[in-house]
Ligand binder design. Structure first.
Ligand code: PAF
Length: 280
């Protein structure tokens, strides 16, 4: 695997590959890689000739500076995992390379970023949209993959690519769960052993709501309540939001009709856990 930290050097390599007719696929990450990230790299394999993965902990998407300080990655270990996965190129720029002195641009989207994570984490999505635009400009991919775990982020990227006429196919990567149902996330490592057990309340609630929906319950409040009941069994769990939404706009629904998802965010053990599931 080749490794680049400089945008100029990466571009030279990408241009040379493109001249030979190779297509480029891209997996953006913030490191602390787990099976969820690796499955994205694996899924991408059939869509392109060359796979590029980026590892960049983007400071502008942390609305809480303490979270940014606490976000620790092990680049050496991540590198080994990507090598084992057969990824061709790692792009791991420094903060100065991405945001040199004098940087002053922002990419922001309106409606899709207002609710849910956008409301809970002001500025987060402008940071994501801006860095992903810069990463796209550096890597120049033909396709890029984003996981359904961060469903609002995935929708934001799809909207941005469409609005700004970016010539990149966005591939949806399936959310990966542990064998007991917990959605994989770098944050899971911060859970205590009891917190890890308690965190199953999210997926348990979502599966129960999905089953109820498939069994004929179409009232959104009733389905949200099924998830909430499961979460409330965990002492000290703090619900940020549980919402049945349309898949396309992420607008809340009162009745389930067409493609809908339930989004859930709960703090357990002080760790903010995100999960979601297509229910119809
Ligand atoms: O999902 C992530 O890891 C990040 O938000 C991304 C897309 C790499 C942008 O920093």
């Amino acid at each position: 695997m080749k490794k680049y930290t400089s945008i100029a050097e990466l571009r030279t390599e990408i241009k040379a590959l493109k001249r030979t007719g190779k297509t480029i696929g891209f997996v953006p990450t913030m490191g602390a890689l787990h099976e969820g990230h690796l499955s994205l790299a694996r899924t991408l394999k059939v869509h392109c000739d060359v796979r590029v993965c980026s590892i960049f902990v983007n400071p502008t998407q942390f609305n809480d500076p303490k979270d940014y300080q606490a976000y620790v990655i092990n680049l050496e270990n991540d590198q080994k995992l990507l090598e084992r996965e057969g990824v061709d190129i790692l792009f791991a720029p420094s903060v100065d390379e991405m945001y040199p002195a004098g940087f002053q641009s922002t990419v922001s989207l309106s409606e899709i970023t207002k609710p849910w994570e956008g409301a809970s984490r002001p500025g987060h999505f402008a940071g994501v949209a801006t860095v992903v635009t810069m990463l796209f400009n550096a890597v120049q991919p033909d396709c890029a993959i984003f996981g359904e775990k961060d469903f609002q982020q995935l929708r934001l990227i799809e909207q941005m690519v469409s609005d700004l006429k970016m010539d990149i196919s966005i591939i949806r990567g399936a959310l990966v769960r542990d064998s007991d149902g917990l959605a994989l996330s770098s944050r899971n490592a911060r859970l205590s052993p009891q917190g890890r057990v308690n965190s199953l309340a999210l997926s348990r609630g979502l599966y129960a709501a999905k089953e109820a929906c498939q069994g004929g319950e179409k009232n959104a409040k009733a389905l949200e309540e099924i998830v909430a009941r499961s979460v409330r069994q965990v002492p000290g769990a703090e619900i940020d939001y549980i919402a049945a939404v349309r898949e396309d706009t992420l607008a809340p629904v009162s009745e389930i009709a067409g493609a809908c998802r339930i989004l859930v965010v709960v703090k357990i053990d002080g760790v903010r856990l995100l999960d979601n599931m297509a229910i119809a």
